[in-house]
Write a protein that binds this ligand. Structure first.
Ligand code: HEC
Length: 133
């Protein structure tokens, strides 16, 4: 009886390790896509001048170091990252909901925007839309 439970414990451990490593392997180099439910979420903050100004202030404080002042990926910390932050001044194909999910969760080396409130994150998105050329 004791031997059996030890064996099943080993099996559980092995399948857990396998599940984790599969997840890691799939995550590496994969396209960054928000879950459909998150992407469908609507931006509750209208993109008026006040919200854009607020979003710009948050962007300068929390995002500029990597993304650069106009979102082109030329911030002072960008060169040291293992992955280029990309160009946010190109039209972003994502919905506001998908951007919200990405900013909220981050993806290494991008950090999650834990210092920004939900409202501030929506304002940052309103600001990001103004960067599109
Ligand atoms: C530590 C550096 C760093 C900081 C700080 C940072 N980012 Fe990023 N960001 C990145 C990198 C690197 C990528 C590219 C990630 C990838 O494609 O895997 C990225 C990607 C993005 C993308 C594009 C996602 C896509 O679909 O390609 C958006 C939008 C974005 N960041 C917004 C923000 C916002 C808004 C902030 C501030 C709240 C922020 N980032 C802070 C490094 C950073």
């Amino acid at each position: 009886m004791k031997r059996l439970s030890l064996r099943s414990a080993t099996v559980i451990c092995l399948s857990w390790a396998l599940a984790i490593s599969t997840q890691l392997a799939l995550g590496a180099g994969e396209k960054w896509t928000a879950p459909a439910r998150a992407a469908a979420k609507k931006n509750p903050i209208s993109a008026d001048a006040a919200s854009i100004a607020r979003g710009k202030a948050s962007f300068m404080a929390e995002c500029m170091s990597c993304h650069g002042p106009t979102g082109r990926g030329d911030g002072p910390a960008a060169a040291g990252l293992e992955k280029h932050p990309g160009d946010l001044s190109k039209r972003l194909p994502d919905s506001d909901g998908a951007l919200f999910w990405k900013i909220t969760n981050g993806k290494s080396p991008m950090v999650a925007a834990t210092k920004l409130s939900e409202e501030e994150r929506w304002c940052v998105i309103n600001y990001l839309r103004t960067l599109a050329r």
